[in-house]
Design a protein around this ligand. Sequence first.
Ligand SMILES: Nc1ncnc2c1ncn2[C@@H]1O[C@H](COP(=O)(O)OP(=O)(O)OP(=O)(O)O)[C@@H](O)[C@H]1O
Length: 227
Amino acid sequence: MLELHDITAGYDRRNPVFTRAALSVAPGESVGLLGPSGCGKSTLARVAALLHRPDAGRVTLDGAEVRAWRHRAPRALRTTVGVVFQQPRMAADPRLRLRDLIAEPLRAAGRRTEIPARLAELAPAVGLTDDLLARRPHEVSDGQLQRACLARALVLRPRLLVCDEMTAMLDASTTAALVTAVEAYRAETGASLLAVGHDRLLLERWCDRTVDWSDCLTPAGGGSPTS
Ligand SMILES: Nc1ncnc2c1ncn2[C@@H]1O[C@H](COP(=O)(O)OP(=O)(O)OP(=O)(O)O)[C@@H](O)[C@H]1O
């Protein structure tokens, strides 16, 4: 599904956050990526979500190399991947009601007619009532907003979902509800998952396999890492 080969990435070409990282996610597979704070997991997750152009290396999606990067990959490719970040308040437009936040990718894709049916499927799947769908981000809790961000990430039926510390700010019951919603979506569609986080217990329970950050990096002078 997704292969990251020899990726070097960061925010300053002369001083990358990491060099020569590799990671792959097979079709239908769920992979948990674990590592210490600041090592570059979120940066790699953004590369995997096609939102951050690597300085070097190759990204392949279904065997085809992603080309024509600007700072992101082309929109048509990005719709293959859904992404949920740690901080819903940074990710969500504060002016939009939750129903419009969820529907916005469909609207942007010119698929307005699908909005009512997709909302009717997704809102119960992530545990949002009609009352909550009518509110704006400042009128809901972080957990409720993250439920909406997950629904938004799923609205175009992505074949890969990237969850970057999706549950780090949430309590145990909201965490369980979101993981259940992701797994129901994957069972229905066969989508793959890359989940990034610190919580080893959660990722080991949730994912088919976990990868430690150090295993993603090519040892100095070495060939490719195994993952
Ligand atoms: N937009 C940015 N501009 C410049 N530097 C950044 C930016 N985002 C992250 N960094 C830096 O890149 C490095 C890696 O950050 P990243 O968020 O990828 O790590 P992480 O492993 O996900 O950390 P955490 O587990 O704490 O979220 C850090 O040193 C961070 O300060």
